[in-house]
Design a protein around this ligand. Structure first.
Ligand code: FES
Ligand SMILES: [Fe+2]
Length: 352
């Protein structure tokens, strides 16, 4: 049985990746063709010609006058996926139509609905407005992960690994030693995990980007909306500083770390990562530093998770992990994901 929830929105691409050109990406095991119409709308269809399955993203398939022409025998499809021309006859079979996928473009992200198109409701897409808002600068990337998406969910919900896997970048001793609080909002479908470090070492990632010297108050507030959108609200401030009662927070630096966790197949994942900040907005050096450092951190996770995938893929069914307090958020996320695919959670005993 598939572990990938259907009838869900997933991030398929960054808006900037899709132009008036054919673009292919496999999402949730489906090969999908994307392109942007002259009017600027992103469309998504199956990347398989209905005739003999030739991938429409594959040259010599091409876009001609707002229609996709198959590079094998010339079946031609409009922006709605309907075939408008076939070779050797004027009659186009009524069933000649590509499977269409609902798409929405929000916050610089292209979202795709995987499942029954009749159930797609754009109002259910979780938002990250700062990715595309005045007052923030964002750097971003996309890494291929040769591991199932649930391993990335586990990884991101338990940041105590920063101390060990990301020492010298974002990890300091306080991350692992500070207890977390976890809250689960089953109605909204959100898992919250918070770790507030009142007096912590400032890791190079934040020392170099903010210029803060010495020890800091470092808050990590995770908000995960399964299956796809993970947001880490990171607050870095001088020790003793707290936000004002009205919510303003002038002494602090805010970094919004966002991941979109999109299954490519059952055993591989598109690891979209973004870092938005509300300081040094025009400072190219800070942008370059954060982009390079975050990519390094993401690749440290990728190496570890690629190894874990091999371990998990080979183990016998029913392997029992041991979970502790730091796993509370990850276990809550697993329970939500299991409900989405309609199965009892695997390896998800209560935390001890
Ligand atoms: S496979 Fe596309 S036209 Fe034949
Ligand atoms: Fe990590």
């Amino acid at each position: 049985m598939s572990a990938i929830p259907r009838n869900q929105w997933y991030v398929a691409a960054y808006s900037a990746e899709i132009e008036h050109a054919l673009f292919a990406r496999t999402i949730c095991d489906a090969p999908i063709l994307f392109w942007r119409t002259e009017a600027g709308e992103v469309v998504a269809h199956s990347d398989r010609c209905v005739h003999r399955r030739f991938p429409l993203s594959q040259a010599p398939s091409r876009l001609v006058d707002g229609a996709v022409v198959c590079g094998y025998h010339g079946f031609t499809y409009g922006a709605d996926g309907k075939c408008v021309a076939v070779p050797g006859q004027t009659r186009v079979p009524r069933t000649a139509r590509l499977t269409s996928y609902p798409v929405a473009e929000l916050d610089s992200l292209v979202w795709i609905w995987i499942g029954d198109p009749g159930l797609a409701d754009e109002s259910r897409i979780p938002r990250a407005t700062y990715l595309d808002a005045e007052g923030y600068t964002t750097v971003r990337g996309l890494e291929p992960l040769a591991a199932r998406f649930s391993l990335l969910v586990d990884n991101l919900l338990d940041l105590s690994h920063e101390t060990y896997l990301h020492g010298g970048y974002i990890g300091t001793p306080e991350v692992a030693s500070t207890p977390i609080t976890t809250e689960v909002d089953d109605d909204a479908g959100i898992v919250y995990v918070s770790r507030h470090m009142a007096d912590a070492e400032c890791p190079p990632f934040y020392a170099k980007s903010t210029g803060l010297q010495g020890r800091i108050a470092r808050w990590q507030d995770i908000e995960y909306t399964p299956p796809c959108l993970y947001k880490l609200h990171s607050r870095i401030a001088p020790v003793g500083s707290v936000p004002n009662p009205d919510g303003t927070d002038p002494d602090a630096f805010h970094v919004e770390v966002v991941y979109a966790i999109t299954p490519e197949t059952e055993h591989s994942t598109h690891d979209f990562w973004m870092v938005a900040r509300d300081f040094a907005l025009d400072d190219e050096e800070v942008s370059a530093f954060l982009a390079e450092n975050n990519r390094t951190v993401v690749l440290q996770d990728v190496v570890a998770l690629d190894v874990l995938e091999q371990v998990v893929a080979r183990e016998p069914a029913g392997y029992q992990e041991l979970s502790i307090n730091i796993d509370t958020g990850g276990l809550a996320a697993r329970r939500m994901l299991a409900r989405m695919v309609g199965e009892a959670p695997q390896n998800a005993p209560a935390a001890r």
